[in-house]
Design a protein around this ligand. Structure first.
Ligand SMILES: Nc1ncnc2c1ncn2[C@@H]1O[C@H](COP(=O)(O)OP(=O)(O)OP(=O)(O)O)[C@@H](O)[C@H]1O
Length: 308
């Protein structure tokens, strides 16, 4: 299959680009932008953001991601408190697999729409599913634009380079595009690109005896956007979204050191320290010498727990 040939080696991780777009419509805009049935649901679905509830959710559920918790909270609260945003909010989440990017998107979606990811106004496009063939990029670009015009909300995963820029007009500082205002839409892109840089920074801190919580956004955000822009396989390579400063925040997701306790707690089990140690030893694989991170983040913790 073409895609399998195309997504090889390092590119497999680098090409995992996803975007979640959470729509927040003005009722009048909905009528213009969306099919009638959806429009009605949308007007009933939207609710004000409860910043304290979102904060609590992030603090209780998301493990070991002090940077993303802080930025996401500030970005969403600021955006939703602004009655007349000049452009949509665009967040780009970066980090290795299993660090919580989808998990956070789900929490955000649930805090913005009662049905969360199941809402008609929160959509996930999985690129390997929706845009699988490289030779059909032009068609996908047209389809994506048409789709956003009709729905003003979207979510994309593993995008081919070139597709992402097709949504540029919707993220820009235009009052309206074809008579529709996109100013209250939230786009969230998820990507593994930049994961190497984030790991390196975290390791440098660790080796220098500094705490993980000491890592600040300024240690990562500027270099992350440059790295993603220069990476041919990032999905945002030479992207006009970065060039034109249309992405509001690049948010790093740090490698997860330990999710075992959190998982046990979430399942309502008592925390058995012997099992925590065994599972952690089995999962922590890199770097080769220190073995402090799992290459799959939190993703396989549950399977390992079931195994024991
Ligand atoms: N930081 C975290 N805190 C708590 N649970 C987490 C965290 N990261 C991952 N998990 C758990 O692992 C599962 C898989 O993580 P998730 O799908 O969010 O990873 P991801 O970063 O989006 O990975 P990928 O890049 O492969 O899409 C989540 O549903 C959640 O249960």
């Amino acid at each position: 299959m073409l895609l399998a040939g195309w997504l090889q080696g390092d590119a497999v991780l680098a090409l995992l680009l996803a975007a979640l777009v959470v729509a927040a419509f003005e009722p009048i805009t909905v009528g213009l932008a969306i099919r009638a049935a959806s429009a009605i649901t949308c007007c009933h679905e939207e609710r004000p953001l409860n910043a304290s509830a979102l904060k609590l959710d992030l603090e209780e559920k998301l493990f070991g991601q002090h940077l993303s918790t802080e930025v996401i909270l500030k970005a969403l609260t600021g955006f939703r408190n602004n009655k007349n945003p000049k452009k949509p909010l665009a967040l780009s989440l970066h980090g290795w697999a299993g660090t919580g990017k989808n998990f956070v998107s789900q929490i955000v979606a649930e805090n913005l729409h009662p049905k969360g990811l199941k809402s008609n106004f929160v959509h996930l496009f999985v690129s390997t599913l929706h845009f699988p063939h490289e030779q059909k990029i032009k068609l996908y670009q047209d389809q994506l634009q048409k789709w956003i015009r009709c729905n003003v909300s979207a979510c994309m995963d593993k995008l081919h380079p070139g597709i992402i820029d097709t949504i540029k007009p919707f993220l820009d500082y235009y009052e309206q595009v074809d008579g529709v205002s996109y100013g209250k839409t939230i786009f969230i892109f998820l990507s593994n690109a930049g994961g190497d840089l984030i790991s390196k920074t975290a390791l440098d801190f660790w080796r220098a005896g500094r705490k993980r919580e000491d890592i600040q956004l300024k240690d990562l955000e500027p270099v992350l956007s440059v790295r993603v822009f220069n990476n041919k396989h990032s999905g945002l390579w030479c992207s006009g979204l970065i060039d034109n400063n249309l992405i509001n925040y690049f948010i790093p997701f740090l490698d997860i050191k330990m999710c075992v306790r959190a998982k046990m707690r979430a399942c309502g089990s008592a925390i058995d320290e012997d099992i925590v140690t065994i599972v952690a030893d089995e999962m922590m694989l890199f770097p080769k010498d220190e073995k402090i991170y799992s290459d799959k983040g939190c993703k396989t913790v549950q399977s390992w727990l079931n195994f024991h």
